[in-house]
Design a protein around this ligand. Structure first.
Ligand SMILES: Cc1cc2nc3c(=O)[nH]c(=O)nc-3n(C[C@H](O)[C@H](O)[C@H](O)COP(=O)(O)OP(=O)(O)OC[C@H]3O[C@@H](n4cnc5c(N)ncnc54)[C@H](O)[C@@H]3O)c2cc1C
Length: 310
């Protein structure tokens, strides 16, 4: 986050955090209603829909549709209707002032209303040492924390499509980057992305077993998939293995959540405990997590935001 940056001079009517089905459906309704609409999305490859190879139950696609393709259609429709979609990770919010603020590493944006739609692909720490060293070398956000690892050795751990996306943020700072992925084999196109790239070592079929250190991270133990445990000295470990937890870390309790971290909403209008702030999709932990429900909740949240601004 760059605290020196001032909020945009021209506030948006609505900022939507998350560009999955819930966020993009909200963007379609909001922009079509003439609202000045901004969508901030961390990475289109990181949401639940991007993992769905085949969707057979979303109406309008009798021959099924791939999740990423369906997402690209939502994205296109939102842009066509005038929504601004920016690939940036939200790192903090301020809902205390009438003009709400949303912080990313590059900017602070302001808006009259906000919609939370960051899904539920968040993680519960499971690797020994992960929780202990969170914020002390362990991070879930390369754009946020990469500069802390200037001239250091770091590990990026997760699915290749996600870690390679984060690589561009970290490469400018770290001296050496280990890309560690459980995937056994990568396609030739994927391999090409990192082949011979200076400072980068790729370790496939590998998993981090333990993160070690004292006050801060000093290294990791990995399982190399052949039964060997290998110790690697690193100062930073960026983890991009997904779980099933609502993604709310960047909210810092700005809205009420239940004991599982799900954003509490009034299902009649998708309003949260903070006035002018709405939530939609998997982040609200509906009993059934489906695209059609996320899309419906996004629509309701946008219509409520529109009413709020009138
Ligand atoms: C493997 C799999 C198969 C599935 N199959 C089906 C199916 O067949 N049919 C069906 O209806 N549903 C299916 N689902 C469920 C469906 O994909 C989800 O219910 C739906 O995608 C939820 O939408 P969402 O917008 O709430 O969240 P997501 O789709 O998870 O989108 C959240 C977005 O928020 C972004 N984000 C997260 N944190 C931040 C941040 N800090 N700043 C900015 N952006 C952020 C993410 O990058 C992501 O783009 C499947 C899910 C999975 C995982």
């Amino acid at each position: 986050m760059n605290p020196g940056k001032k909020p945009n001079e021209h506030p948006y009517d609505v900022i939507i955090m998350g560009g999955g089905p819930a966020g993009l459906s909200a963007a379609i309704y909001a922009s079509r209603a003439g609202m000045r609409t901004l969508v901030l999305d961390k990475n289109p490859d990181a949401g639940a829909l991007s993992y769905a190879e085949r969707i057979e139950n979303y109406p309008g696609f009798p021959d099924s549709v791939s999740g990423p393709y369906l997402l690209s259609l939502f994205d296109k429709q939102a842009r066509t209707l005038g929504a601004e979609i920016v690939q940036q990770q939200v790192m903090g919010v301020n809902f205390k002032t009438p003009l709400k603020e949303v912080m990313t590493p590059d900017n602070t944006y302001s808006a009259r209303t906000v919609i939370i739609a960051t899904g539920s692909m968040g993680r519960n720490p499971t690797i020994p040492g992960e929780k202990k060293f969170l914020g002390k070398g362990v991070s879930y956000c390369a754009t946020c924390d990469a500069p802390f690892f200037r001239d250091r050795h770091v590990a990026l751990y997760g699915e290749f499509k996600n870690i390679v996306h984060e690589l561009e943020h970290i490469r400018n700072f770290a001296e050496k980057v280990y890309l560690i992925t459980p995937e056994k084999e990568l396609g030739s196109r994927q391999n090409k992305v990192v082949d011979g790239v200076r400072k980068v070592s790729l370790l496939t079929d590998s998993n981090i077993k333990k993160i070690i250190g004292d006050e801060v991270v000093k290294g990791i133990i990995i399982d190399d998939g052949k039964g060997n445990e290998i110790s690697i000295d690193v100062s930073g470990v960026f983890i991009f293995i997904h779980g099933r937890m609502p993604v709310v870390d960047y909210l810092f309790h700005a809205v009420e959540t239940n004991k599982d971290g799900c954003v509490k909403v009034n299902k009649a209008d998708m309003s949260t405990s903070s006035k002018g702030v709405y939530a939609a999709g998997d982040v609200t932990c509906s009993q059934t997590r489906q695209v059609i429900l996320a899309v419906a909740e996004g629509c309701m949240a946008a219509l409520s935001a529109q009413r709020f601004t009138q």
